[in-house]
Design a binder for this molecule. Structure first.
Ligand code: GLN
Length: 544
């Protein structure tokens, strides 16, 4: 029978429940336990794929094509598990299931209610997920007291009533540091615990989030006010990198506590290798390089979370500290020539055009790609980044009046067209080409050199693809296909001949989703390596 740790948030959301849950998961995994995580999100959307990244941050994509909350990226990158549709559940999907079951006649005249029908469904998800696991870590989105999460808390209460000590509640909540009076304030946290108690639940463990270490007397106070043993209250101060959180938890013996509370066998925690990798990054002795990323949001760190992390991983693998310069693509659109662009790109050693949807900012991306191509700055195009690179090449090298059908339905040369079966789809949700697909890499290609293996698998999320009708024209000028889907022949990767450009490559996939601290994405690793070379060569030139 699996043990369950339910992680809830107090006071405000955004205090690191996902990172905390994943960090506990990683430590238990390092101790040899078979773990998984699930996120319950209280919103009514059934699919995170159509949530705006400017509000919600990136849409993370699983191998099975599930589009989900960015916290599932933490589960993969920090806890090191592979997530799928089983690891995410929104109120919307549960309600939809109930309604569909009712329409199919499954309830035969019963009144369908929040309790027990919805709460039973939630508990069933937990039981199903726990079947072959030692520990299931359950994250409830939002904050204790949110009216829309009532069903989840009620389900957890019933679940705990049945499984007793096999279900633990962990709360992640901020305590405040008030600088004017130089004091910590714990009242909001105390109130959140009271709110949790109104649901019939008592926290077993509390993580106090604050920007500095918390003294013992404050921990004692929280303990006294909340009825939680002080050994079960941890300070969780801000750290420079999320990858340090498991180390901080380990140093505070958080894993020992959970193993004891769950009555799991004691085993050693194999954390040393992980510590070494993280230490290398935080020690910050690695030489810096700067990569420009053409974003289009104000919250780029969140909206391109996996890409940002992939650059960190690639930096560590290359012994370099990668700094990202976010460049707003639509701001580049006003420039007529390179002169204006120059100030945005000065000092950069590499350029990434990430994935995206709709026309806004695409002309700016095309300008950036032209700059990277002409100035031989290492370039990586991801999904829309590949598509805009093809448009750029068709226009500026092959002299075609080209565009994507996504941006101009009447373009003279639709160099990017619909993936078969996508044209005419009216529904906007969960119906793109989604999930992991094979790609076969061409002999002697840069792609093959980077991946080191002929058959690769990456995750996809797109409606459009490169139109093969123009390939001959591209080939004449050195742009070649270096990866294709072996089943459909769909163009997956394109690159410029290495005699023309040292690193210019675009992929229809999203390799950032599979990048890990210890297993960086090959295309990102290659970009950073090329960027280091570019930066060394250009400093030499400048120094002359
Ligand atoms: N909008 C493009 C498409 O649907 C690219 C998608 C992406 O970058 N994920 O094909």
């Amino acid at each position: 029978m699996a043990k369950y740790l339910v992680v809830v948030g107090g006071v405000i959301s955004g205090t690191g429940k996902g990172v905390s849950a994943s960090s506990v998961g990683l430590l238990l995994k390092f101790r040899g336990h078979n773990i998984t995580l699930i996120k319950f999100d209280p919103y009514l959307n059934t699919n995170a794929g159509i949530l705006a990244p400017r509000e919600h941050g990136e849409c993370f994509l699983c191998d099975d094509g599930t589009e989900c909350d960015l916290d599932l990226g933490h589960y993969e990158r920090i806890a090191g598990i592979n997530v799928s549709k089983l690891n995410i559940c929104t109120s919307g999907t549960l309600h939809k299931e109930l309604i569909e079951e009712q329409e199919a006649g499954n309830y035969l005249g019963q009144t369908i209610q929040m309790i027990p029908h919805l709460t039973d469904k939630i508990q069933q998800r937990l039981l199903d997920l726990g079947k072959d696991k030692d520990v299931v870590i359950v994250e409830i989105g939002g904050t204790v007291g949110d009216s829309e999460s009532f069903a989840f808390f009620e389900a957890v209460r019933q679940f705990k009533q049945k499984l007793k000590d096999d279900v633990l509640i962990g709360m992640v909540a901020p305590i405040l540091w008030v600088d004017t009076i130089k004091e910590f304030k714990t009242k909001p946290l105390q109130n959140s615990v009271k709110e949790l108690q109104r649901h019939g639940l008592q926290p077993d463990v509390i993580f106090c989030r604050v920007d500095r270490p918390v003294p013992e007397n404050i921990i004692n106070k929280v303990s006294m006010q909340t009825n939680v043993r002080k050994e079960c209250i941890f300070d969780a101060p801000d750290v420079q990198s999320i990858y340090q959180v498991p180390l901080g938890f380990y140093d505070r013996h958080v894993d020992d506590l959970f193993v004891d509370l769950f009555r799991l066998p004691r085993s050693s925690c194999r954390i040393q290798k992980y510590r070494e990798v993280v230490q290398k990054y935080v020690d910050n002795h690695m030489p810096p390089i700067e990569i420009g990323v053409l974003g289009k949001y104000d919250n780029c760190d969140e909206a391109y979370m996996s890409l940002k992390e992939a650059l960190i991983h690639a930096g560590i693998a290359n012994e370099a500290k990668v700094n990202i310069r976010w460049i707003k693509s639509d701001e580049l659109e006003k420039y007529k020539d390179n002169r204006g662009l120059h100030k945005h790109f000065e000092g950069l050693s590499g350029i990434i055009v990430p994935g995206g949807f709709d026309k806004r900012g695409t002309e700016g991306k095309i300008k950036a790609i032209q700059y990277a191509r002409e100035k031989k700055i290492p370039f990586l195009g991801i999904c829309l980044g590949l598509q805009t690179a093809v448009i750029e090449f068709a226009r500026n090298v092959c002299n075609l009046d080209a565009n994507s059908l996504e941006f101009n339905k009447d373009t003279a040369h639709p160099v990017i067209h619909f993936v078969e079966g996508q044209e005419g789809l009216e529904k906007k949700s969960a119906n793109m080409r989604l999930g992991s697909f094979d790609c076969e890499l061409a002999k002697d290609s840069l792609a093959l050199e980077m991946y080191g293996t002929k058959l690769i698998k990456e995750r996809h999320r797109h409606r459009f693809e490169v139109n093969p009708a123009y390939l001959e024209e591209y080939n004449k000028h050195g742009l070649i296909v270096s990866g294709r889907n072996p089943d459909t022949n769909l163009i997956e990767i394109m690159e410029l001949d290495r005699n023309i450009h040292p690193y210019f490559i675009g992929t229809q996939a999203h390799p950032e989703f599979k990048s890990r601290l210890q297993f960086p994405s090959p295309l990102f690793k290659g970009l950073v390596s090329a960027a280091i070379k570019y930066s060394q060569e250009n400093t030499k030139v400048d120094g002359k």
